[in-house]
Design a protein around this ligand. Sequence first.
Ligand code: AAO
Length: 479
Amino acid sequence: QFDPHWKEGRNTIVHLFEWKFRDIAEECEKFLAPRGFAGVQVSPVTENVIIKNRPWWERYQPVSYIIESRSGNESEFAEMTRRCNAVGIRIYPDVVINHMSGARGYGLAGSEAKTEIFSFPAVPYSNLDFNTGCSINNYDNAIEVRNCALSGLPDLNQGKEYVRDKIVEYLNRLIDLGSAGLRVDACKHMWPGDLEIIYKRLHNLNTSHGFPENARPFLTQEVIDLDSHPNGRTISKYEYIGLGTVTEFKFSAEIGKLFNGKNQLQWTRNFGSDWGMLPSDRALTFVDNHDNQRGHGAGGADILTYKNPRPYKMATAFHLAWPYGISRIMSSFAFDNTDEGPPMDDKGDIISPKINEEGACTNGWVCEHRWRQIYNMVEFKNVVKDTPVANWWDNTKNQIAFSRGNRGFIVFNGDNFDMNEWFTTGLPAGIYCDVISGSKNGTSCTGKSMTVFDDSRAFVSIANSDEDGVRAYHIGAKL
Ligand code: AAO
């Protein structure tokens, strides 16, 4: 439940939000595996209700457990897990098991949601399978949050054996098809005791996809909790960490404040559990997610997204350089309004991303994971794996630097004045390529390089006029 089953030496998950299965398979082979990514979070895969104008959030309104959505069908899902697992990239589908569709209508496989009478014949679920008669208004009332409807979505009763059976059957299909784990939606709205029963019945991972015997599915549970302490608020993230990992929304909110100028970088020297965040191995961390990048979920105006590229790239560099949590990168489509769905044609079918000669996405896709400053930090994280933070330096404001053992060194200038400093880098003497301003290319560097002298010291400057406010060096990019 806690082990993401990454291939040796890899450690970053990317959420390919609303991508089609075929495109994900190709991305695994052409980009993610060669660049050292570890896994992909996939948008909900079941048949969902079709909503006018096709907002992204229709995927969170299941009609049945048939695998058929705008991302593809069951055989395409199977093909994706096979091709991705073959190159060592793990697949984690997002699963919506708290509720069914709140909108009346049909899904892509033709199944009906008769929401007003709580009938979903394709599962089948009837009114007997739901908690009915109330909606969530008061988040301080745990019973209401678990037993009433979340924004009008019919609330399944996981206390019922029949409902558990149907959920377990569905999740086991995803596992048998080669998934390495699951992102479980809206866990705050389900009783931990019911989830425990469901999780215990999940199959081990499929050995024919290369997983070892008795491997348990990785679980990351969505629980939005910005301010709880182990025995604080009514519903706390700590109630769930015995069952699997949990989305750490506090990480997203705090890293946003640090890089948008509301808090100072000097304080990050103990960033992590000391800040009221979960133990590192239980925390799924992210700068933004598909909800809070558009004002849904939690974090509000503090959240950084691709729309603010300079601080966003700095926050992501810190995210991947600092040894805390299980990292997930967001990969978005561009949007202006918060309901807007992914790039689509007149029929509502998703348009695949196109890749230009620089390796960036076009066609309305942002693909943060293809930004050099981001994918090079995915490699940085792989190179420095298991090394401690050392050689900490700060200017008592927003300029910081630290090494990861003797394998990596990173410097940030978050102040509104230039930085020119000598540092102890922890690195062996030599010339290193900064993997933010460029990349190592054979024996040369397309960006700025840094000379480390015999005493491990080096001079680094970062001007406010520089494209990025961070420089990162590691022994894999030594010239
Ligand atoms: C859509 C329409 C609705 C309509 C409904 C039914 O928008 O108007 O009523 O259909 O027809 C997504 C969209 C929803 C969409 C839904 C279904 O975001 O807009 O509804 O699909 O299509 C809560 C849940 C959390 C949830 C989050 C969005 O706890 O689980 O709301 N996230 C997941 C998914 C998400 C999805 C669903 C769940 C549903 O990631 O994409 O919804 O499947 C407080 C609570 C949080 C609560 C938030 C938001 O947060 O603590 O638990 O999240 O409020 O209501 C500070 C506080 C923080 C607080 C926050 C509020 O930061 O510290 O605690 O303020 O902003």
